[in-house]
Design a protein around this ligand. Structure first.
Ligand code: 26Q
Length: 813
């Protein structure tokens, strides 16, 4: 295996060869996209030898490894990351320059693979980066959606969704392996049969599809390691449509093909309140059955003794989306491999672990049994048996406490009989973890309390993290340079070393340079937004950023009420425009297409922006910017430029958050509630470097207990009343009071997420922000301390916690 030499001349040669022989064009005739594809091919070729080495090594070693099962991977652009990991950035840049090509221009051509919705999908992407960097034997398994998360545009301020055809211009980072396809079955019925005196069950499926794996390289950072991400794509089985074809029904044959290929067609853009759609369950089973089959047949050596499976693998379940893997492994062991039920169950329980990412009851996945029984009849039987055995044990322990038994059952009865996937995952998993300390505690105390009592020691915490490669090195090269100058190299893979920056916070010259980096990042962002969206960022404003999915619990409305309050203060004459701290409020958020309230809030943010930005009375001191289609690529520009990070969910609702970590690590100060990982951020950076506001989780509970009437908060606070009345008056909807009436009524009479209850505290905290920003040097000092003290949030640390607390899969060298 030749590996192209890591020299500029070698790179030029390989690049031109790729351009000529893989893309089929000469340099002078090539388009920018041709050049991008050839460049990607060159980087790929360079990584190839290491990749093959690693696959061989992991095969030879037979060490225990991780199969990370996730329905989403929100990867972001690949080129830059792969250049960085393989130390090729400068070489590639020089080589392209020799060919008269600007690397930066080619970077912009890559369409990011947006195969995820938000935090959970991005976490999976950070984790596979850390797994490769630490050197843990591992495979990421998922779905190769043909269309990722929709592209968002605005028409008259309202969200419009466009398909994300991310594969249209070529996909240089993937390697299809049709020869390694798995056949995946659905439907049909089950039967029992006599096998030499033993009664066994078998599944007679109704239809099949093929799962074709596409491999992606996951290079470790500067360690010569390359792991694999294996994403499955659905195609019709030839046997299936051949039969119909032979019957002479050509149209039906084509329809059958479309039906099969629909399975991996599109990512579901909901990230809570799952709709229980059949196609979604098909996707879930499709990818986990293919992954388990692939692992058992292709990763394990032939004839491997499955009784020892727990010594070789842990399947990590990224939320409940892959939980149907539990009955699938049982089916394979019991029906196909003829293992005894109890032995198979003991193995299965050791081979799975479950990560929960939510606290919202409506986000807990359930599948109606009639749907499950139709699509996966054998799996439903297996789930029933697991549940019977489990409830039997519960009875033995707690007696006939019917209420408790009903509460713990894997099969629920209301509003219709359905399988509770979180219960199945909890019963099956060797460990169950939440994603931040507070979240894990609330899981144990509330959501899964009975299970914690029943399975002592099963529950644990692994606080989320983010990869410093993408979110510091790539996104913030100037800060990375400054850190390296101060601390030397090495911090990228040992992020606790950032502590060393604490000493520099007292150094005026360092502070000046740090502030200059921030200013440079704002300039860079301004250039991007001008070019991308025609937006104007005032570089001398405080840049106040809220970027995340649009959800009522995340409370974009609270920030909007702050903006409207500031605006109202000026136009009502309560405050002189010249006394307002100049701020740019930057939003980025996609709403699930079926989530009407979320879409309406997007509309209102845009509407407020239209009015506030153009009102001369504001003297340009308040700007609301909402670039559409917030994604990983834009995040990499926005986060390093931010001064203030908005993490303002109602306490007890945000499981962790990971954007909060990215901002702190890039030197933004946080205004936030005591929720998710904010709690840990504040503990680390110190109260004086964090703007805390709002009720704590116990205070929220107490407020509910004594009865929450949001209208009372409205009545009691003149500024709140005035801001709400302004929205209700039609001031942001051309005088039409009906447009935003549902938002206003919802806040006044329902307000599930207690926006009005936290408003006063939020406004006071924002005043403290303004006061603090008035002393730029002190602000910078706080920002430096945020960077210095948040090295804990590297996803490398998260992965080490998973290894110690859950997986027990040491890195291999
Ligand atoms: C499930 C069934 C059907 C359709 C969609 C879904 C679905 C898809 C995605 C449900 C949930 C999600 C994503 C959830 C998510 O992103 N949760 C976030 O996970 C982050 C990583 O742990 C946390 O930091 C966030 O707090 C949490 O909201």
């Amino acid at each position: 295996m030749t590996s192209p030499p890591a020299s500029v001349d070698g790179f030029v040669k390989q690049f031109l060869q790729n351009l000529n022989f893989d893309i089929g064009v000469s340099l002078s005739e090539s388009s920018k996209n041709d050049q991008y594809l050839a460049l990607a091919g060159t980087v790929r070729d360079y990584l190839m030898a290491r990749w093959l080495d690693d696959q061989r090594r992991q095969g030879d070693l037979q060490a225990k490894g991780v199969c990370y099962l996730s329905a989403e991977y929100l990867l972001g652009r690949q080129l830059d990351n792969n250049l960085l990991a393989s130390r090729l950035t400068d070489i590639a840049s020089d080589a392209l320059a020799q060919c008269g090509i600007d690397l930066d221009e080619l970077r912009q051509l890559e369409v990011e693979p947006g195969l995820g919705n938000g935090g959970l999908g991005r976490l999976a992407a950070c984790f596979i980066d850390s797994l490769a960097t630490i050197g843990v034997p591992s495979i990421g398994y998922g779905i190769r959606y043909e269309y990722g998360i929709f592209r968002q545009t605005f028409e008259d301020g309202q969200q419009v969704e466009q398909p994300d055809a991310w594969l249209a211009l070529g996909s240089p980072w993937e390697f299809p392996h049709p020869e390694a396809a798995q056949q995946i079955s659905f439907g049909g019925h089950t039967e029992t049969y006599d096998d030499d005196g033993v009664t066994r069950s078998r599944w007679i499926p109704g239809w099949n599809v093929q799962a074709v794996p596409y491999n992606y390289m996951v290079p470790g950072y500067h360690n010569g390691r390359v792991n694999t991400l294996r994403l499955w794509s659905a195609v019709a089985t030839s046997a299936f449509d051949l039969r119909i074809f032979n019957s002479g029904d050509y149209e039906e044959a084509v329809r059958a093909q479309t039906f099969a290929e629909n399975i991996s067609k599109v990512l579901y853009p909901e990230d809570s309140t799952p709709q229980g759609k059949e196609l979604r369950l098909q996707q879930q089973y499709f990818f986990v059955a293919a992954s388990i089959g692939d692992f058992l047949e292709n990763v394990l050596a032939d004839g491997y003794d499955l009784a020892k499976l727990p010594e070789r693998v842990i399947f990590q379940l990224n939320d409940t989306h892959p939980v149907i893997a539990v009955p699938e492994l049982m089916r394979v062991l019991v029906d196909d491999k003829h293992m005894e039920w109890d032995a198979a169950w003991a193995i299965t329980q050791q081979c799975f672990a479950y990560t929960c990412h939510t606290l919202l009851p409506e986000a807990l996945e359930v599948w109606p049994v009639d749907l499950l029984g139709r699509l996966l009849p054998r799996h439903l039987e297996i789930i029933y048996r697991i549940n019977d055995d489990f409830l039997e044990e519960v009875r033995e322990r707690f007696g006939d406490d019917e209420l408790r038994i009903r509460a713990m059952s894997i099969v629920g009865e209301h509003p219709f009989r359905s399988v509770r996937m979180a219960h199945l995952a909890t019963v099956a998993g060797s460990k169950v973890n939440g994603v931040a300390e507070l979240h894990s505690q609330l899981l144990r105390d509330k959501v899964l309390h009975d299970f914690d009592e029943f399975f002592p020691g099963k529950f644990t915490n692994v606080t989320n993290g983010v990869t410093p490669r993408r979110f510091i090195r790539l996104a913030n090269p100037d800060l990375a340079g400054l850190i390296t100058e101060a601390l030397g190299a090495g911090w990228t893979v040992d992020l606790e070393r950032l502590r060393g920056l604490e000493a520099f916070a007292a150094d005026p010259e360092f502070r000046e340079r740090f502030a200059a980096v921030k200013a440079g990042n704002k300039r860079r962002l301004a250039a991007v937004l001008r070019e991308r969206d025609g937006l104007d960022v005032s570089e001398d404003h405080l840049l106040d950023v809220m970027v995340k999915r649009l959800h009522e619990y995340k409370r974009q409305m609270l920030q909007l009420l702050h903006i409207v309050t500031q605006y109202d203060r000026v136009v009502s004459g309560r405050v002189a425009a010249s006394d307002i701290t100049p701020r740019t409020f930057l939003f980025g958020a996609k709403a699930a297409p079926g989530y009407a309230m979320a879409k309406s809030i997007i509309h209102l943010i845009n509407a407020v922006g239209e009015v506030v930005n153009d009102d001369p009375r504001v003297e340009g001191r308040l700007k609301v910017l909402f670039p559409p289609n917030y994604n990983v690529t834009l995040a990499e520009r926005v986060i390093p430029a931010a001064d203030l990070s908005e993490q303002i969910s109602l306490a007890g609702k945000e499981a962790s958050g990971t954007g909060n970590m990215k901002f702190a690590l890039n030197g933004a100060l946080t205004i936030g509630t005591d929720d998710g990982a904010n709690v840990e951020i504040r503990e680390l950076v110190g109260d004086e470097n964090f703007f805390l506001f709002g009720m704590s989780e116990p205070e929220v509970e107490a407020q509910w207990a004594k009865g929450y009437r949001p209208a009372e908060f409205y009545q009691a606070d003149a500024e709140l009343r005035s801001a709400m009345d302004l929205i209700a008056s039609g001031a942001f909807s051309g005088g039409d009071r009906s447009v935003f009436e549902p938002i206003v009524s919802n806040l006044l009479y329902d307000d599930r997420f207690m926006v009005l209850a936290d408003y006063g505290s939020y406004i006071r905290a924002q005043a403290k922000v303004d006061a603090a920003y008035a002393d730029p040097d002190a602000w910078t000092r706080s920002a430096i301390l945020n960077v210095a003290r948040t090295g804990f949030f590297s996803s490398d640390r998260s992965i080490r916690d998973y290894i110690d607390r859950i997986w027990h899969t040491p890195p291999v060298s």
